[in-house]
Write a protein that binds this ligand. Sequence first.
Ligand code: AMP
Ligand code: MG
Length: 328
Amino acid sequence: MTIVIGIESTAHTFGVGVVKNGKVLANVREMYTTEEGGIIPMDSAKHHEEVSEEIYLKAIKESGIAENKIDAIAFSQSPGLAPCLIEGMKFAKVLSKRLNKPLVSVNHCVAHLEIGSSLGTNDPVMLYASGANTQVIAYEAGKYRVFGETLDLGVGNFIDTFARFAGLGFPGGPKIEQLALKSKRYIELPYKVKGMDIALAGIQTNLKQKLEKGIPIEDLAYSMQETVFAMLIETAERAMAHTGKTELLLGGGVACNSRLQEMAKIMCEERGAKLFVPERPLLVDNGAMIAYLGEIMFNAGVKTEVEDLDSVDIDPRLRTDQIDVVWK
Ligand code: AMP
Ligand code: MG
């Protein structure tokens, strides 16, 4: 029997999850938000520092476990905003010392992928569509490989920037989704798939110009979703065709979008593949997925003992395909 705590702090969310033998017992999180403008890394880090102990205690309470039964502390070590990652790591080290239990350094993107197995995925292609990250990832020949990705903006940041430009506030994704429901008028936008990758900056400029020319925001919201989500689904489908994999898993905040989910469903039905969409608490950034992967790694012997904590550091820019996968 193993019990692992997971700490998530890569960007705006501070989360603590508790997993016991692959089962999520608690998943508590709190998000740093701003009235206007995007995320300020130092402020978000400060938020994480302020709420960490409280969120941890809530998670312990929710899980019903005794602290002395915890076997390891997992934390998001990569990739993310450096000040935010540091707060998570600091808190993880405090816990590790306090409980005298080892630390497990987890990659955030891989955690989004691996939590899929709690829903029944076996070997999926993941479309990871979040604020900062937009990648198609799958495990192939001993590594987590990036089959396609955005060449410039993350799709969530792309949507948020346009929404902010249109005066909709932050985060823009849910608001754009609501506006898109009010239109069926498709306005031609650039469609930018380059090989397996996508590019969004040009579409951003085009959308802003069209808004300034007076095209209704509803029509632009609708057209943007139809265009950009089709680009995401196309690259995900190519990765499935290339690898021969028959499961698609969604991950990241943008994957909360019903239209994106619908397009994914249609694509999977057409090719006889199975779609997995985690419930929202496991789709967005969360501590449970960190604990979940942390437990798998811990059971494979991947850990840092309390005496060696100084050797552990964050890795803000680590790429998914650089990870040395020793636990599979
Ligand atoms: P994450 O970085 O994974 O926490 O996801 C945050 C991003 O998801 C933000 O850019 C949001 O605007 C976006 N988002 C959240 N809900 C939706 C939605 N329903 N449709 C599109 N984007 C969304
Ligand atoms: Mg994420």
